[in-house]
Design a protein around this ligand. Sequence first.
Ligand SMILES: Nc1ncnc2c1ncn2[C@@H]1O[C@H](COP(=O)(O)OP(=O)(O)OP(=O)(O)O)[C@@H](O)[C@H]1O
Length: 479
Amino acid sequence: MEGFSRLGLSSWLIDQCSQLGILKPSPVQENCIPPILEGRDCMGCAKTGSGKTAAFVLPILQKLSEDPFGIFCLVLTPTRELAYQIAEQFRVLGKPLGLKDCIIVGGMDMVAQALELSRKPHVVIATPGRLADHIRSSNTFSIKKIRFLVLDEADRLLEQGCTDFTQDLQVILEAVPAQRQTLLFSATLTDTLQELKTIAMNKPFFWESTSEVRTVEQLDQRYILVPEKVKDAYLVHLIQKFQDEHEDWSIMIFTNTCKTCQILNMMLREFSFPSVALHSMMKQKQRFAALAKFKSSVFKILIATDVAARGLDIPTVQVVINHNTPGLPKIYIHRVGRTARAGRNGMAITLVTQYDIHLVHAIEEQINMKLEEFKVKESEVLKILTQVNVTRRECEIKLECTDFDEKKEINKRKQLILEGKDPDLEAKRKAELEKIKKQKKKFKEHIQETMQKKREAQVRRKLKKKRLRQEKKAAKAPQ
Ligand SMILES: Nc1ncnc2c1ncn2[C@@H]1O[C@H](COP(=O)(O)OP(=O)(O)OP(=O)(O)O)[C@@H](O)[C@H]1O
């Protein structure tokens, strides 16, 4: 208990912490809570599962208890599930305050959210897209007086990845006061440090854990080198092995696309594995239900896209399997961070094909350690290979009979409309770009072909000259 009071936190907060089993501050809490309580902006970069959420929730609650009003704090986070998780921490730790929170995420009823916002909750936890929509369309609430702005997974919010938050972020930053405390947290802040400094301008306090290795010590990191065609058989074999060898087990599997996620889930269920999928093509209610069932161990396997890669705190996860090697080391760090949290042990296994070896090298360079090979009896895998591949193909055919691809197309169109673009015009533009690309490729190939022909002709000419010289020499030589 001594630890937290030394940081300047009140006894009621320390009592709340102990109810969650938080007895001693973790390094990120120890280092970031005092400057936040002093009123400084803060950027905290610490490993996955090291307690970054409480590092900002605790000092905010302390400040809120001293001068309570709504809306006091705005937390932005990249995914809907993460918003609910953060809200839960605020709720539990802030219970004695009678804390009112409000979650503003996409996929949920906008009118109900607008009503909740108008009731001036103390804390708003939001994904940028939906909050920006509310700011654009409603004048029944204001975030002009907030004291705290938190960007959780701050580097992701600034990235222009497949979901680009930057425009929405701009709208939000224009709606919050310049006089505020800004707190930025992530396990991977360093790449976006300069951009982050433009958001946290109040002489930010920057803290980064000093350890050389960027993943947690308790995490056993392995790889299996597999040909693409036998990947699924390896996956099924690995799951079977964990099921056979462990009483209490729970696995998260990451895939690169919604479709693969869906197909693999169907396939695992064909093999009677207790699995459930989580990806952005699912309805929000299904997403929450899937996560809740996995958290409560009704399902032991969660198969997900990178929508679940960051922040989710599910202590029971013992193993993370990367069905594809992540293209960016940062994504790898967050994915494998879903296990071995808060001092627990865990294992991460990455399936690597011959085409992904350079990606593994990039990951190893970033995390500053080598992955070890996970030994598997190949003969065991070969026994199930045909059955697994046939089952997968059957699942693919089943999925083709549904409107999955169509839905994807509709979602894409919806997204473009939300971004203020005309989907048909965009399709035309894309087709034109494709055409130009093809023409360029053809032109390049044509040039390469011409150059090659020239080179060959040159070689032929040289050889001919050489031959002629030799023939002349031979003719001149005495018989
Ligand atoms: N001081 C502490 N002692 C023990 N457990 C803690 C402490 N602080 C937080 N925890 C617990 O550790 C777990 C991980 O915390 P949290 O989700 O905040 O990690 P994180 O650093 O935000 O991870 P990520 O980078 O993956 O988002 C949670 O279950 C939390 O309740």
